[in-house]
Design a protein around this ligand. Structure first.
Ligand code: MN3
Length: 190
């Protein structure tokens, strides 16, 4: 976790800051928007900055949420309240959801993420599992709000789990901070 945070996450942050400085110089109006909005307007950015902001901006937002919100010591267990009800409604059961999510994480080819998102592009909103490649983020789609994500880049697990991604995924369920995920679920619906 220390290497992941102070090494990999920091590198995305530093490179994003450099790209934002470059954007500020050519399009200060765009550069003043929240990062999520900038990621939703990638095609409007200067061509030379689209890749750096997509990769490092995505890396920044994915890791910021991932580290700060979604894991906690002595966590795990089961979701409660409205989130638990919603998982049962949209997936049938918690076990089915966990299987779908774990499968999505295990089958990302190369580097990427698995996600539980609130999809507000349909009404009423639904919960669904999805995956992204590299540092692409669900937040780049207007109306799609990730409330839980799992980093399956090898940099997330190679020190402890070597090539055993599935063992890492299975262990990760023991540190999921369901209280926070429940709060994000409630916020996403507002
Ligand atoms: Mn990572």
């Amino acid at each position: 976790m220390t290497v992941h945070h102070s090494g990999h996450h920091q590198a995305y942050t530093d490179k994003l800051n450099a790209a934002m400085t470059a954007l500020q110089a050519v399009d200060p109006v765009m550069a003043a928007l929240p990062l999520t909005e900038i990621l939703q307007k990638l095609p409007q950015l200067p061509a030379n900055l689209q890749g750096p902001i997509r990769n490092n901006g995505g890396g920044y937002v994915n890791h910021t949420s991932f580290f700060v919100d979604w894991m906690a010591p002595n966590a795990g267990g089961n979701p409660t309240g409205d989130l638990a009800t919603a998982i049962d409604t949209h997936f049938g059961s918690l076990a089915t959801f966990k299987t779908q999510f774990s499968d999505a994480a295990a089958t990302v080819f190369g580097s990427g993420w698995a996600w539980l998102v609130v999809d507000k592009t349909v009404q009423p909103p639904i919960l669904r599992v999805t995956a992204t490649s590299n540092q692409d983020t669900p937040l780049s789609t207007v109306g799609v709000i990730p409330i839980l994500g799992l980093d399956v880049w090898e940099h997330a697990y190679y020190l402890k789990y070597q090539n055993k991604r599935v063992a890492y995924i299975n262990a990760w369920w023991n540190v999921v901070n369901w209280n926070k995920v429940g709060q994000l679920y409630t916020q996403a619906l507002q």
